[in-house]
Design a protein around this ligand. Structure first.
Ligand code: HXC
Ligand code: NAP
Length: 262
């Protein structure tokens, strides 16, 4: 979609960049010439992704990180700056999710998801913001949310609450840091095939078909479709876009079908 050298020489840091949508964004940013930092908890996710990115010709740093630990977030960011000279773009993509009725959700279950999604996004955003402000650099943050951030997420109250917070954070930081040249945007994907969401949210064929019936375009989304949008939002082509949330869901969130015939 974008010209090949669009992100040449720039550094993109992606949390949860070893799998699913995060890896897709890493691959596309690498294709556009960026240096890539991927950070998540598990070596078994990071190492194969790092190899794939290197095979594409990218310079890659793969660091273990639990985004719930603010000191570790700062350390990973510093390591990335030391390694590549600077960090230009952050993608807050790491997430946890599982289906659980709200009344049965344990305190630890709530904290796990809200800690990863909401706290982790703030720790990384604040670390990046402090760095760009201190160094007088421009930068972008792209947060991956979900359409239930502004609607309702029955069965996933932890994730919906956290994503709503991330959406508010996106808009707030876009305003607060706009005068400093920092752009902050979000993407709200619909159901995307081949990602970690599948085993958590539509584990059976019946679940899969039910999700599919809710999508007017009649198919799951593809990782590359999210990756193109993420790279566009960090690119100079989107230089006047900030505080925006781009929905890429085949019109699923609009689909209440209360009066429609099947
Ligand atoms: C009920 C559960 C549970 C489940 C975990 N818990 N899974 N409760 N149902 N299925 C509870 C545990 O019992 C524990 O509480 C608490 O949550 C923490 O669990 P841990 O396993 O110790 O947590 P941790 O190792 O930190 O793992 C985090 C995780 C896990 C979120 C629970 O699922 C994970 O690592 N997920 C990462 C990958 C992922 O989820 N990807 C999908 C993103 S998709 P107790 O009380 O027992 O101690 C997505 C899509 C959005 O976000 C929209 C789609 C359209
Ligand atoms: P995924 O493959 O499971 O990706 C989640 C990533 O987050 C994993 O790479 C995981 O790596 C990392 N992660 C989890 N906990 C972490 C922690 N504490 N610290 C650091 N990294 C952590 O799922 P995905 O579907 O691609 O999800 C990516 C993003 O898209 C998420 O924000 C999700 O909410 C959003 N989303 C997805 C869909 C969809 O249909 N797929 C729809 C809407 C929104 P480790 O296990 O190695 O830590």
């Amino acid at each position: 979609m974008l010209p090949k050298e669009t992100l040449a020489g720039q550094t993109v840091l992606i949390t949860g960049g070893g799998t699913g949508i995060g890896k897709g964004i890493a691959v596309e940013a690498a294709r556009l010439g960026a240096n890539i930092v991927i950070a998540s908890r598990k070596r078994e996710h990071l190492d194969p992704a790092a190899q794939e990115l290197q095979d594409l010709g990218a310079k890659v740093l793969a660091l273990t990180l639990d985004v719930r630990d603010p000191d570790a977030v700062a350390q990973v960011f510093d390591t990335a700056v030391q390694h590549f000279g600077r960090v230009d773009h952050v993608v807050n993509n790491a997430a946890g999710n599982f289906i659980c009725p709200a009344e049965k959700l344990s305190v630890n279950g709530w904290r796990a998801v809200v800690g990863i999604v909401l706290d982790g996004t703030f720790y990384m955003s604040q670390t990046a913001g402090k760095y760009w402000i201190r160094e007088g650099l421009r930068g972008t943050i792209t947060n991956i949310v979900a359409t239930y951030a502004w609607g309702a997420g029955p069965g996933v109250v932890h994730s919906a609450s956290a994503k709503a917070g991330v959406l508010a954070m996106t808009r707030t930081l876009a305003v607060e840091w706009g005068p400093l040249g920092i752009r902050v945007n979000a993407i709200a994907p619909g159901p995307i095939e081949g990602t970690g969401a599948a085993p958590q949210l539509w584990p059976t064929e019946e679940d899969r078909q039910r999700v599919l019936r809710g999508v007017p375009l009649g198919r799951f989304g593809r990782v590359e479709e999210i990756a193109h949008a993420a790279c566009y939002l960090m690119s100079p082509y989107a230089d006047y876009i900030s505080g925006e949330c781009l929905t890429i869901d085949g019109a699923a969130w609009l689909n209440n079908r209360r009066f429609a015939r099947d």
